[in-house]
Design a protein around this ligand. Structure first.
Ligand code: DI6
Ligand code: FE
Length: 413
């Protein structure tokens, strides 16, 4: 089984229950008794099997899904997947009473991952990231956002982004990159954030962009990182190059980062535990997606919940992601991320599933290409051995994926 459909081939998934995530079709965009036809790697039909146009009813490959559920392939829209080393020792210190901020201020934290990352070549970074990427893909993920931010000098930031791009060449996956040089101040620039932006973050951005390595520009707006005024300089640099922005905002305190990001038309503002109603409204108005990251909330044993009610009231779009990183979220499961979002943040089934498909795509600016099951989009599909969609968010540590399809190509689990 699982003969790979060649890119020009045709395939038809039939006898399948669809959660299309199309908003015009109601909750989850469900179509019972559905069919999905694919030509040349793109969806040409996703709808009721009874309405399938006759010219699409035969295909090189016809797959009887026996009533299984299909969703869009999942999208992890916020990760730091490329990095060296791990922080198990820091985790151990936290068990003994140290806080994340104390460790960061003592030169541990992000800076220790910077050392471990800078010691590796592009090839070694790819090799280190592959097991994490494979864990995501095994759960039906087909798109992963990956940030730089553990280099903190120009060459090392570029190296991380080259490794991220390289992953797309060694696995069937779409990689979207974010340039995150404004993640932390390296020791040699301690107390001199402005110099770091002038010497490293801004010139590095121009170089990375010239090499085609940057899809968006990100930053960490926080007391232990960069102020809103400093982030505005980075965003001005992004704007001058025509690049979209996003921001780690309101994770540990409320500095108004989300509002700043919204004022630049940001694709997303992420974390947001300390966001206020004003910030939520500014995001909604700008179309900035709120990306919630329950893995970091859980790992830091945060007690301040993100303002989900305020986000709903403002009709801010909500996505969720692993934030896979060695310090605050060593998480490589989007299924568990959905479960945590439901249990810890009380997100609904609809919010959880949209958060790893449609809204995740929106937060990356690729909703035209993927994130829902509809004609014209890339055939990025996930087929599940479940009786009802709620099973995807209910189980803890169980993977019901039947098959993953990327650009029309069937990929054995
Ligand atoms: N917020 C986070 O949770 C990660 N980065 C960020 O800006 C943490 C990164 C780390 O501790 O290595
Ligand atoms: Fe992050």
């Amino acid at each position: 089984m699982n003969r790979n459909a060649d890119m020009e081939g045709s395939s038809l998934w039939r006898n399948v229950r669809l959660a299309t995530l199309r908003e015009d079709l109601g909750p989850l965009g469900v179509i019972e008794k559905g069919a999905v036809a694919v030509r040349g790697g793109r969806i040409v039909y996703a709808g009721a099997e009874g309405d399938l146009p006759s010219d699409l009813s035969s295909a090189d490959q016809v797959i009887d899904c026996e009533g299984r559920w299909m969703t869009p392939a999942l999208i992890d829209c916020h990760t730091h997947l490329v990095h060296g080393g791990n922080r198990a020792r820091e985790f151990q210190l936290r068990l003994e009473g140290a806080t994340y901020e104390e460790i960061a201020r003592a030169g541990g934290g992000i800076v220790s991952t910077v050392k471990a990352t800078n010691a590796l070549s592009v090839e070694e970074l790819v090799a280190a990231a592959l097991p994490r990427l494979d864990a995501l893909l095994s759960e039906g993920v087909s798109t992963v956002e990956i940030k730089s931010g553990y280099g903190l000098n120009i060459d090392a930031e570029l190296k991380m982004l080259r490794a991220a791009r390289q992953l797309e060449r060694v696995r069937p996956v779409r990689i979207v990159t974010s340039y995150l040089a404004a993640h932390a101040t390296p020791p040699e620039y301690r107390g001199r954030n402005a110099d770091y932006l002038d010497d490293v973050a801004l010139p590095g951005l121009s170089r990375a962009h010239a090499e085609g390595l940057v899809d968006a520009v990100d930053g960490f707006c926080e007391g232990i990182a960069f102020s809103p005024a400093e982030m505005a300089r980075v965003f001005d640099g992004a704007r001058a190059l025509g690049l979209p922005v996003k921001l780690h905002a309101e994770q540990l305190s409320n500095l108004g980062g989300a509002k700043l990001a919204a004022s630049y038309g940001a694709l997303s503002a992420d974390h947001l535990e300390y966001l206020d109603a004003d910030g939520a409204a500014a995001m909604a108005k700008a179309g900035t997606v709120a990306v919630l990251l329950p893995g970091a909330f859980y790992t830091l044993r945060e007690t301040q919940l993100p303002p989900v009610e305020a986000l709903r009231a403002a009709q801010t779009r909500i996505a969720i992601a692993t934030d896979c990183n060695p310090g605050t979220s060593p998480l490589t499961s989007l299924l568990l991320t959905m479960n945590m979002s439901a249990t810890l943040f009380r997100l609904t089934l609809e919010e959880c599933l949209a958060g790893v498909t449609r809204e995740a795509a929106r937060s990356l600016g690729i909703l035209q290409e993927t994130g829902t099951l509809e004609a014209g989009k890339s055939a990025d599909l996930a087929v599940w051995n479940i009786e009802a969609p709620a099973e995807l968010i209910y189980r803890i540590g169980f993977n019901p994926l039947s098959e993953r399809v990327f650009k029309g190509e069937r990929i054995a689990r």
